[in-house]
Design a protein around this ligand. Sequence first.
Ligand code: PMP
Length: 361
Amino acid sequence: MERVYNFSAGPSTLPEAVLKQASEEMLNFGGSGMSVMEMSHRSAVYQGIFDDAEASLRKLMNIPDNYKVLFLQGGASTQFAMLPLNLLDGSKKVDIVNTGAWSKKAIAEAKKFGEVNVLASSEDATFNYIPKLDSSQFNKDADYFFITSNNTIYGTVYNELPDTGDVPLVADMSSNILSEEIDVSKYGVIFAGAQKNMGPAGVTVVIIRDDLVGKADASVPTMLNYETHVKANSMFNTPPTYSIYICGLVFKYLLDNGGVKAMEAKNRAKAALLYDYLDSSDFYKGTVVKEDRSLMNVPFVSPSADLDAAFIAGGAAKKGLVNLKGHRSVGGMRASIYNAMPTEGVIALVDYMKEFEAANK
Ligand code: PMP
């Protein structure tokens, strides 16, 4: 069977070259006589794979030396609890902006351990914009300030970061890490589940500034303490070895193809294809306000729920354009166009949108 254009929000499409390489190395990695899946995580050959993955990520994101990179389990969702458990060592206050379902989960977990100040919310308009922030409302003594940098479900992105002064800025970058150039030094902690722009599910990358490690109370469970994983170089227990290996291949692939700068240019061009068409059409409607549109997740609707359903079914059946259904809480369509979605996939989607519009107008 031909491969399809997979617009899934995550787990999502991966670079074909990476999948091919993994398949070639499946039975015998680098002359080791075994699959990466079968290796001891304590072996020299696996340590090499792990170290290469970290080094490549550091290079791609230009991560300063005073930041640790961790490869953890429990998904991005576990970070919603690890952050308050590790960072609430002072006023026990957290400033958070509510930009959707994932922010709400971060809020709910932080509330279990501290005082949460929701500075602003876009819930009044189904989270279709990033709220403007008034810095005079920021708590200068907050232990951290939390944002969801890209909102996977609603398709919004922060184009301007809040100036949090000395308060560490923490960002859930699950759905836009490595999609555009960022300055890591502006953040205290960055975290992201791998299953969108980095690799398979099962591993979560945490990039944490040195001074934020080692603050957890002694009552914090060992596995939920960042210090545990920093001290053990993410090998306190068995890490998700195969997922980390695939992430390493993806990082290497990105480095070989111009790095994040080149990805950003490609992502901007891909998103423009889709947004320009949405703007020119009076049949479809992009649901997000223009200035906050994500480069990664593009939600849109047709004139009716019945047409939405017909669009989704027709794309999958006839054109190999799959996973275009919007999140169940929003409806309509959502095209996730992560780094690994080829430009041809977006062109095929726009062609199909035109065809469907002409047939159903
Ligand atoms: N944050 C964001 C922005 C997400 O899109 C997701 C889910 N894909 C999560 C957190 C939760 O990630 P996980 O399923 O890895 O816990």
